[in-house]
Design a protein around this ligand. Structure first.
Ligand code: ATP
Ligand code: MG
Length: 570
C-alpha cells in the first residue's frame, strides 16, 4: 500500500485543500500553505481513534509539503499530567510522525498562550464583546434555554465595560472564590447554535497546572482557547471530529472579533470536521478506558487487549499496520462503524510479508518416535520466510522425543480430523512422515504422550518425500533443543460488537475468555531475540516478544492475531 490510498480515501478534505491552494487562500511569505495540528488533551492515553486523527493531520501536512504541530490542549489542570504528555509524544513518534519541520520543533502547549489568551479576552471585553457574569453555573445553564427555545439574557449582560474589566483583573489576582464569576462572550442568546448563546470563556479554578504551576487561578475554556491557539500557530486547516460542527460558528466568531480589534490578522484558520472512528468490540473513550484500568478489568493502560495505542503496541501491532488501517478506513463526513477485523487484517497484511516464520508449541504434548535411535539427532531446515529466500534459513533438529501441540492429537478423531490419531499418518513439517501407533494416559484418562514410528526415507526436501501423500501436516519441536517460553494468547476484550451502545454498561460486555497464559516452547534459533520482535508462528498466528516482560533467556510472547479471522463466523 502506498500513500495514494490516502488520496482516494480522504478526498473531501483534499478537495478543500486543493481549492484553498488554487485560490491562494493561505499564501503567506515564508510559510507553507498547509499547516495542521494534532491537539490532544493530556488527560489520558491515546487510543485507536486518535490514530485516525494523527494519520490525517500529519499525513495531509506531509503530502502537501506543509507541517503539522503537536499541540497539547492543556486547559483543564485537574485532569492533566506530565505522564500523559510524555506518553502522547512517545506514541506520535512511534506511529512514525514528527512535529519538527525544517529543523524547527513545533511542539506547543495551549498553556504557553495563557498570557496572550488573557490579553485577547481583555480586548474582547474592551470592545464590548465579552462581560463578566456573576451568576452561578446552574442559573447560567438554565438561562441558555433549549434547542427549540431561545435562552434569556443574563442580568449582567450589559454590565459596564470598566466593571467587567476590573472584575476580570481581580479574578486573575485570586480575589474571588471558584464559581463566583465567569467571563462570557456576548453573542446571541437566541442563536440556533447553543454554543453561540453567550458561552463561558473563562472560569476560576484554584488548581495546580502541570506546566504553569500556581501562576493562574483562571483558565480559558476549549472554544476560546482552541481557535486562538490555531491562529497563533498560523494553522490553515483545523481538522476535528464531527461533534465540533456546531462549535464552528463560535470558532469563527472569536477569530473575526479579534481581527476587528487588531489582535489577529487574516488569513484565519478554518475548521473542517470529519467522522470519528468507531471500532466494533472496542471502547474509544478515555474516560471509559480509565474505568477499565481503575477497576482492574485489565492490567493497566498498556494491557495488550486495550485499544489504547500503548496497548495496541504492546499487543504487537506495528506502526505500519496502524497507518495501513487508517488509509483503508479513509476519512468521511458521516459517522460509521469500522469492524475490528479491518484492524486485525491490517496487521496480518503488514506482517505476512516481513515477519520471520518460526515454530512454537503452545500446549505441549510429548511425541515419542519409537523407531528412532536414542541420543541421535537429524538436522532439518526451513526457510525463514516462504517467499523471501534472501531472509535465509532456519536450522533445527529432529530427535526421538518431540513436542507437538496437544490439540493436534485426538483419541477419538472427529470427522474431518486429519492430524494425529492412532493408525494415521501425518507429516511433521520440514521433517518426516510418521504413523501414530499408540498413546499413554494417566489415571484420569489424560493423554500424557503419543507414540509413533517415522519413515526414514520421507524427509522433507528429499526425493523420497514424494512417495508419501498425507493429509495432515503438523508442527513440532525437538525436546533436545526447544526453548521454553511464556505465551500469552489474547483475544478481543469485549464479546459484544457495541459494548457501550445505548445505555449498556460496557463492563457487562467483557469477554471472559480474552487472556490465556501458557508455558510452551519455541525453536532454539530465536532463544535470544530482543523484545518487540515480530514472528509468524507456523499454523498459529502472529506473535511478538512482549516489550515489557520478555528477556533473552526468559521469553514472553503475545499473540497479536490468529492467521485467520475467526470472529466473522461467530
Ligand atoms: P476522548 O473522548 O477519548 O476523551 P477526545 O476527543 O476528548 O477523546 P482529545 O485529546 O481531545 O480526545 O482528542 C485529540 C484529537 O483526536 C481531537 O482532534 C479529536 O477530535 C481526535 N479524536 C479523538 N477521538 C477520535 C476518534 N475516535 N476518531 C477520530 N479522531 C478522534
Ligand atoms: Mg477532548
Amino acid at each position: 500500500m502506498t500513500d495514494t490510498h490516502i488520496e482516494q480515501a480522504s478526498n473531501f478534505i483534499r478537495q478543500k485543500i486543493d481549492a484553498d491552494t488554487a485560490a491562494a487562500k493561505f499564501k503567506r511569505a515564508g510559510l507553507p500553505s498547509v499547516i495542521t495540528r494534532f491537539p490532544p488533551e493530556p488527560n489520558g492515553y491515546l487510543h485507536i481513534g486518535h490514530a485516525k486523527s494523527i494519520c490525517l493531520n500529519f499525513g495531509m501536512a506531509r503530502d502537501y509539503g506543509g507541517r503539522c504541530h503537536l499541540r497539547f490542549d492543556d486547559t483543564n489542570p485537574e485532569k492533566e499530567s506530565v505522564e500523559y504528555v510524555n506518553s502522547i509524544k512517545d506514541t506520535v513518534q512511534w506511529l512514525g510522525f514528527d512535529w519538527h519541520s525544517n529543523g524547527v520543533e513545533h511542539l506547543h502547549y495551549a498553556s504557553d498562550y495563557f498570557e496572550q489568551l488573557y490579553q485577547f479576552a481583555e480586548r474582547l471585553i474592551q470592545a464590548g464583546h465579552a462581560y463578566i457574569d456573576s451568576q452561578d453555573g446552574d442559573t447560567i445553564r438554565f438561562q441558555r434555554g433549549q434547542l427549540n427555545s431561545p435562552g434569556m439574557n443574563s442580568p449582567f449582560r450589559d454590565r459596564p465595560v470598566d466593571e467587567s474589566l476590573d472584575i476580570f483583573h481581580r479574578m486573575r489576582a485570586g480575589e474571588f472564590a471558584e464559581g463566583t464569576h465567569v467571563l462570557r462572550a456576548k453573542i446571541d442568546m437566541a442563536s440556533s447554535f447553543m454554543a453561540m448563546r453567550d458561552p463561558v470563556i473563562y472560569r476560576i479554578r484554584y488548581a495546580h497546572h502541570h506546566r504553569t504551576g500556581d501562576a493562574w487561578c483562571i483558565y480559558p475554556l476549549y472554544d476560546f482557547t482552541h481557535c486562538i491557539s490555531d491562529a497563533i500557530e498560523q494553522v490553515t486547516h483545523s481538522l476535528c471530529t464531527l461533534e465540533f460542527e456546531n462549535n464552528r460558528p463560535l470558532y469563527n466568531w472569536v477569530l473575526a472579533r479579534l481581527v476587528e480589534v487588531g489582535a489577529l490578522a487574516q488569513p484565519l484558520p478554518e475548521q473542517t470536521e470529519f467522522a470519528r472512528l468507531n471500532l466494533t468490540y472496542a471502547i474509544t473513550s478515555k474516560r471509559k478506558l480509565l474505568k477499565l484500568v481503575e477497576e482492574n478489568k485489565v492490567d493497566g493502560w498498556d494491557d495488550p487487549r486495550m485499544m489504547t495505542l500503548v496497548g495496541i503496541r504492546r499487543r504487537g501491532f506495528t506502526p505500519e499496520s496502524i497507518r495501513l488501517f487508517c488509509e483503508r478506513i479513509g476519512v468521511s463526513k458521516a459517522d460509521s462503524w469500522i469492524d475490528m477485523s479491518t484492524l486485525e487484517q491490517a496487521v496480518r497484511d503488514d506482517l505476512d510479508e516481513k515477519a520471520p516464520r518460526a515454530v512454537a508449541v503452545l500446549k505441549p504434548l510429548k511425541l515419542i518416535i519409537d523407531n528412532y535411535p536414542d541420543g541421535q539427532t537429524e538436522p532439518c531446515k526451513a526457510p525463514v520466510h516462504p517467499h523471501h529466500p534472501e531472509m535465509g534459513e532456519r536450522h533445527f533438529v529432529f530427535s526421538k522425543e518431540l513436542w507437538i501441540e496437544h490439540d493436534d492429537f485426538m483419541v477419538e478423531p472427529m470427522k474431518g480430523f486429519f492430524r494425529l490419531f492412532v493408525g494415521n499418518k501425518v507429516r511433521l513439517r520440514h521433517g518426516f512422515v510418521i504413523e501414530c501407533t499408540s498413546y499413554d494416559s494417566d489415571e484420569h484418562g489424560n493423554v500424557t504422550a503419543v507414540h509413533a514410528n517415522y519413515y526414514a526415507d520421507s524427509k522433507s526436501g528429499t526425493e523420497g518425500s514424494n512417495n508419501y501423500k498425507v493429509k495432515g501436516n503438523i508442527h513440532w519441536l525437538s525436546n533436545e533443543s526447544a526453548v521454553s517460553a511464556e505465551i500469552r494468547v489474547y483475544d478481543r476484550l469485549f464479546s459484544d460488537a457495541h459494548p457501550d451502545a445505548g445505555d449498556k454498561d460496557f463492563l457487562d460486555a467483557l469477554n471472559a475468555d480474552s487472556k490465556h497464559i501458557s508455558q510452551g516452547y519455541v525453536e532454539s534459533g530465536i532463544a535470544n531475540v530482543a523484545a518487540e520482535t515480530h514472528f509468524q508462528f507456523e499454523r498459529l498466528g502472529y506473535f511478538v516478544t512482549d516489550r515489557v516482560d520478555s528477556k533473552s533467556g526468559a521469553l514472553v510472547f503475545n499473540r497479536i492475531v490468529g492467521l485467520k479471522d475467526v470472529w466473522q463466523k461467530k
